[in-house]
Ligand binder design. Sequence first.
Ligand SMILES: NC(=O)c1ccc[n+]([C@@H]2O[C@H](COP(=O)([O-])OP(=O)(O)OC[C@H]3O[C@@H](n4cnc5c(N)ncnc54)[C@H](OP(=O)(O)O)[C@@H]3O)[C@@H](O)[C@H]2O)c1
Length: 347
Amino acid sequence: MVKAIRVHELGGPQVLKWEDVEIGEPNEGEVCVKNKAIGVNFIDVYFRKGLYYKADTMPFSPGFASFPSSEMWEGLTSSPLFEGMEACGVVTVVGPGVTGRRVGDLVAYVGTPMGSYAEEQILPENKVVPVPPSIDPIVAASILLKGMTAQVLLRQSFKVEPGHTVLVHAAAGGVGSLLCQWANALGAIVIGTVSTKEKTAQAKDDGCRHVIVYTEEDFVARVTEITSDNGIDVVYDSVGKDTFQGSLASLKTRGYMVSFGQASGAIDPVSLSALAAKSVFLTRPALFQYTAARDKLLEVAAEVFANVASSVLCVRVNHKYALSHAAQAHADLENRKTSGSAVLIIP
Ligand SMILES: NC(=O)c1ccc[n+]([C@@H]2O[C@H](COP(=O)([O-])OP(=O)(O)OC[C@H]3O[C@@H](n4cnc5c(N)ncnc54)[C@H](OP(=O)(O)O)[C@@H]3O)[C@@H](O)[C@H]2O)c1
């Protein structure tokens, strides 16, 4: 038996239950990982609340609304939900046929099968990536999913180049902090938005040339002013409902709208004519579709870890909680009380 956080009914942070679970032994091609640290991500909140389930299906059934046909949602057919999509730990058992991993290896993983909010997890060997010895497990669990997301956004969805003007919403958040640092290192002029004055300092430290407190100022007007009416090359919008229209309005002609999250709620339907007004490009990337192939997963993870080692990325592990206190971590994340990364620790 191991301890794990599971969800039996969708709802607020209180539905995260600390329970004994039987995980069994690794089968062919699987490894058992004893977790040391577990990344907390906004996607965990979406799953806990049921954002990714159709309203007319049972919780945890495969009636998945937003991403209709991806194998990344395997494992969601069972009830209850095993929460969590990211962790770093040590391989303790290898199943038959495993050739690439050995007992004692430090590894990290993101995505499915879900269930990283646990003391131990069984995973296919091809889902785990090696963690360089120079990287602390808490740092690895704080950066892998968020850093890989930043890699996909800045290097693949839209390729940021020196001189581009980039708008990053929630610039002091987990992904936002890394986006700002990395875009700045790529030579972009970074404009960040944050909800409070307290979050401004971190965004500036992370390379934002301009920081807009978007709860107090009209960010579209400020972007227009900053860019002398030219607009921005690209916006990375994870806030969704509250910012989407303003983000579109902030773009220059033929600019790129990269919508990758919805922390404030689901985005209203978008009309093609809204895009035609400035011939803008719209993409809605999902990390796991960029890293589904094993070679891509390894390549993107290695680039993230290399950027940590070379100090291009400074991981802000601003919030640590015991695994059993995952509900508090969720409450803080949802209530915009966090900045940088939140991580669950197993002593
Ligand atoms: N597409 C993908 O593959 C992918 C992968 C990873 C993450 N994501 C997305 O990236 C975003 C950031 O994830 P994260 O884990 O790093 O979280 P986070 O940015 O640390 O936390 C979310 C932030 O969103 C902002 N926010 C704005 N309106 C909000 C509202 N109504 N409720 C709560 N927060 C609000 C808050 O920053 P302020 O207080 O400064 O406004 C908050 O700190 C999420 O939307 C997530 O879904 C997408």
